[in-house]
Design a protein around this ligand. Structure first.
Ligand SMILES: C[S@@+](CC[C@H](N)C(=O)[O-])C[C@H]1O[C@@H](n2cnc3c(N)ncnc32)[C@H](O)[C@@H]1O
Length: 297
């Protein structure tokens, strides 16, 4: 590992020195993360954001710390840090690519929301591309909100209520809302409340990128899939194709949180009035989640 780190520092020495000069010359506080990193080579930025090599002090002060393991485990369980970051990277790249393709506007021009930000693994990537005043994170868990605010994560975070019951009064509509690993856990009632939030947060044409579980998870998924073993697969498949949400609450969770598999039929029925379901696509770094793109009508 040390040899690898030294290799990175050597290989990128010139660019690292340039970033340090840019940090020294930048005396603003708000929006610094985006200003400093927006033009940095994508691979180098990923090494910096995931603290793969020991960073020069000025840079280390700008890059968010990792959360304590206890905080991290509440969201990404025992997934190793680097795997979590690679999932976040491939997801964020898909959000960027498809936003450009569908909206024909660069992500840096758009207002972007992270809905259910957790410990901010995606925010630390997206805020390189999106100016701070165009970005907002939402999260109901006070522990994550506190970590987000204290660990130099860029952008602002707002604490939402778990039930999404009171209207949001925070902000203008967003062009892009992304939501990783939330519909994969939500009950039917919570999914509908989340949809109501997205209606509040979007305007006609806006995109929502949300992860759901692929159909094969029903038969061959790992980890959480064990929760489905209480019912014969044939019965679960019927339920899935009838357009019902396949949901089992976690033993220790609140009523609305567990393991969820959503079919295209369910997605059209529940989201179809307000959103067009325009694409389902896999995420190369995780077989347990895929991306559903919704466009507000
Ligand atoms: C598995 S974590 C994923 C966090 C983050 N999106 C990521 O991928 O790292 C699920 C997150 O959803 C949040 N959450 C739970 N219910 C929610 C709701 N009704 N609205 C928004 N977020 C919710 C949890 O607090 C937690 O941060």
């Amino acid at each position: 590992m040390v040899a690898w780190r030294n290799y990175l520092l050597d290989h990128y020495a010139e660019q690292l020195a340039e970033i340090e000069r840019a940090i020294a010359a930048d005396d603003g506080v708000v929006g610094r993360y985006h200003r400093i990193f927006k033009d940095v080579d994508e691979d180098l930025f990923f090494y910096i954001a995931s603290r793969t090599c020991e960073l020069p002090v000025s840079m280390a002060e700008l890059v968010p710390d990792w959360p304590p393991e206890a905080v991290r485990r509440q969201s990404t369980a025992d997934t190793p840090l680097m795997i979590s970051m690679l999932e976040a990277l491939t997801f964020w790249n898909a959000v960027k690519r498809n936003s450009l393709k569908i909206l024909r506007r660069e992500i840096a021009e758009l207002r972007v929301a992270d809905y259910g930000a957790g410990w901010g693994r995606i925010a630390r990537l997206s805020c390189r591309d999106v100016p701070e005043d165009q970005f907002l994170a939402f999260e109901p868990n006070p522990g994550f909100v506190e970590y987000y605010r204290s660990c130099r994560l860029p952008g602002r975070i707002i604490q939402t209520d778990w039930g999404s019951s009171s209207p949001l009064t925070c902000c203008d509509a967003f062009d892009v809302v992304y939501c990783f690993s939330i519909l994969t856990h939500a009950s039917d009632a919570l999914t509908r409340r989340i949809k109501d939030r997205w209606i509040e947060l979007t305007k006609p044409g806006s995109l929502v990128f949300a992860t759901i579980r692929p159909q094969f998870f029903l038969a061959g998924g790992e980890g959480d899939a064990g929760y489905l073993s209480d019912t014969p697969l044939s019965e679960i498949m019927l339920q899935y194709h009838r357009g019902e949400l396949v949901f089992r609450r976690y033993a220790d969770g609140s009523g609305d949180w567990g393991v969820t598999v959503m079919s295209p039929e369910y997605a059209s029925r529940v989201f179809g009035e307000e959103f067009s379901v325009i694409r389902y696509g896999p995420i190369p770094t995780t077989a347990n989640q895929m991306i559903m793109i919704l466009q507000r009508k």
